[in-house]
Design a protein around this ligand. Sequence first.
Ligand code: ACO
Length: 412
Amino acid sequence: KGEREENETERGLRVLDKGFLNTAVIRSQITYIDGEAGILRYRGIPIEQLAVNSSYLECAYLLIYGNLPTRPHFNTFKAEVMHHSIMHHDSEELFASFRYDSHPMAILTSAFAALGSYYAEANPSLAGQGLYTRGTPESLAIMDKQIYRLLGKATTMAAMAYRIRQGRAFVTPPVGLSYTGSFLYQMDHLGEEGYKPNPILEKALDVLFLLHADHELNASCTTVLQTGSSLVDPYSAVAAGCASLYGPLHGGANEAVIRMLISIGPPDNVPRFLEQVKKKERVLSGFGHRVYKTSDPRSFIVRKTADEVFALTGTDPLLQTAMRLHDEAMKDDYFVSRKLAPNVDFWSGLIYRAMGFPMDFFPVLFAVPRVAGWLAHWRQMMLQEGGVKIWRPRQIYVGPEKRDFVPIEERK
Ligand code: ACO
């Protein structure tokens, strides 16, 4: 379903495909999704196997470089990423310049863009246009360095955005913790000796990060590639992707789910809410997906993670409303006939809330792990055979025919 229109032009057939329902723009070896069967694989490996056996950082390597790392390769990769998690001292002023009530996604998007200004070596206009497309050992090494920096600093910048809004001092990334452990440390550390994040919450966050690491050409990844197609530096491309993810139809959905559950209130109000959805007065956030026409496979893993976290933190009254909403929608013909089922964000917001994160921080917890996916696709496009072609879609013009300019005094 979708609006399609074809126009014969001087250069051939032009197809209008609003929202890219049927347009492929690249050949990719990274992530496979079968939306009808509910299958998701990173580089061929089922997400269910990765969620149980792997870690976020290992999956980042898998997505970016194509295979699971050997132990020495993983150790080097982890050491590089963690080494690059430290921010330049000057950047603290950037974070301090935001209002206390700024949305953290606005801060993070700005921070990604600003980060590029610290590394002239990463800028193809300064370093040479073929910087990322050449594929020589030197240019690949420069590319890798920017990848380590972006992965490493994503958590640090997110933690800085978190703390600045609370008026708390920044925390230097610790040594010896996992990727998600370091992130939790930087957010929660109160200065006490020997502080360690709770291992259950650290593991839960790692699983959520792993599940959010990539999802092929969603809006934000496409934005990264569209921006990257002009051969801009990866910091600018990632900032553009981050801005795209900010929207409530994409990365903002987990925040929207909690706002929706709060507005519904107790479970008994669910039927009335669903009637409003069916009249198209409200949206059932966390349901529906452009690609999945059955349950999002990630949603089952997230449900299990939610149980582990709730066992530690205690349940949330909103969970009862969420379960009733889920159960009623899944047997309601409106949702069944439209193949609308829960996506990963239906449950992830409840976990983040149980972990104590403020609601407007939820999209940040989606953006940080997605940096791996964005970079994997960006690197693949830069190194693809035949080079990079700038992405320049066409339109079907439906405006006025040629007409003459009218001086301002004569206009009606
Ligand atoms: N609530 C109510 N109705 C919905 C929903 C929803 N969440 N999603 C789709 N529909 C309806 C549409 O109104 C449409 O109805 P119609 O046939 O009567 O016109 C029908 O279902 C088909 O939907 P599409 O418009 O084809 O869905 P599309 O692929 O364009 O949009 C999207 C997908 C944006 C995810 C949509 O389902 C949505 O808005 N969901 C809520 C937001 C959300 O959870 N986003 C997170 C996505 S996953 C992620 O980013 C990790």
